[in-house]
Design a protein around this ligand. Structure first.
Ligand code: HEM
Length: 282
């Protein structure tokens, strides 16, 4: 995923991470780094209330207070990004107020009273965090095949599948199939906003069979909730704290080699340099 982001090569976190440009101040960079660290920390901590049933309603370790605090601080960072763009749109700076990038597109929909589906600021905050991630999962699902065994004989589209057959569902190929995706090889997070609205917006929870990075059904990935919360934070931190220099342009080739976990065809070797306005290492 990093290599897709690097293709868009820009030093500004939001341009790469979220598909729009925004220059974080150094205090925002520090705050983003602290929030990211707190999220990764809290995920790994043992919560006694998860294991002792009669303690379930008691928050003995103060997790709830911390979750709320992280949420508030995260929200404040995103709020800055959105309100600065709204201010620029009002002043007519940078663009003509019509969707130039992903954030403009979302604001256009939010401001459009006639839009078929209403979106709020909270929708925008959620969307700017997950939509790039979804597109990377479509093109490069970390687990390219899901496997099932038929428990009865069935016929699917004229193919007889006897009971007990091993079935391999090629998630990687579905994500690149032009029958389901327009220009499937283009990296384009906007595709998750069909026609500039949220209509038909896909999630990755296994209900939309053309996008199955976490599988589907009873055996789908139980880690999905954790991944979809942590991944944006981890990727954002890596991008925000470092400039990623690459000497060999060939290393940016995103082709994949053979293997169960879709390894890269060419090794990706970076030289990370700490960014001046984000002087902390995650
Ligand atoms: C980018 C991160 C991840 C991806 C793309 C991913 C994807 C998948 C996929 C495709 C499956 C098979 C689903 C199916 O057969 O329908 C799976 C299963 C599973 N995943 Fe993940 N996973 C990720 C992270 C995690 C994490 C963080 C955890 C644990 C905290 C986890 C735990 C599991 C387990 C236990 C299964 C087996 C479920 C079962 O067989 O019932 N995964 N994952």
């Amino acid at each position: 995923m990093m290599d897709e982001l690097l293709k868009l090569s820009n030093n500004v976190i939001c341009q790469m991470m979220m598909g729009f440009s925004y220059s974080a101040t150094s205090s925002e960079a520090v705050e983003a780094k602290h929030v990211a660290r707190e999220v990764t920390k809290i995920f790994g901590e043992f919560n006694v209330s998860d294991f002792v049933w009669f303690l379930k309603r008691l928050d003995l370790q103060g997790f709830e207070k911390r979750y709320k605090d992280i949420h508030r601080r995260y929200d404040a960072l995103l709020e800055n990004v959105i309100s600065e763009r709204e201010e620029n749109r009002r002043k007519g700076q940078g663009n003509d107020g019509k969707g130039n990038d992903f954030l403009d597109l979302l604001l256009d929909v939010m401001e459009d009273e006639k839009a078929e589906i209403k979106i709020t600021r909270n929708h925008i905050k959620a969307l700017i965090l997950v939509t790039i991630i979804k597109e990377a999962f479509r093109l490069h699902p970390p687990i390219p095949m899901i496997i099932r065994k038929s428990n009865e004989s069935v016929t699917v589209k004229g193919y007889d599948i006897p009971v007990g057959s091993m079935l391999f569902v090629n998630v990687w190929s579905i994500g690149r199939n032009p029958k389901y995706w327009e220009s499937p090889l283009d990296f384009n997070p906007n595709r998750f906003l069909e026609g500039g609205t949220l209509k038909g917006s896909l999630d990755v929870k296994g209900q939309n069979f053309k996008l199955l990075p976490f599988g589907t059904g009873r055996r789908s990935c139980p880690g999905i909730g954790m991944v979809m919360r942590q991944l944006p934070v981890v990727v954002a931190s890596l991008i925000q704290c470092f400039d990623w220099n690459v000497n060999d342009k060939e290393a940016l080739n995103v082709d994949e080699g053979a293997g169960l976990t879709v390894p890269r065809a060419t090794n990706l070797v970076f030289r990370p340099l700490v960014r001046k306005n984000a002087p902390f290492i995650v």
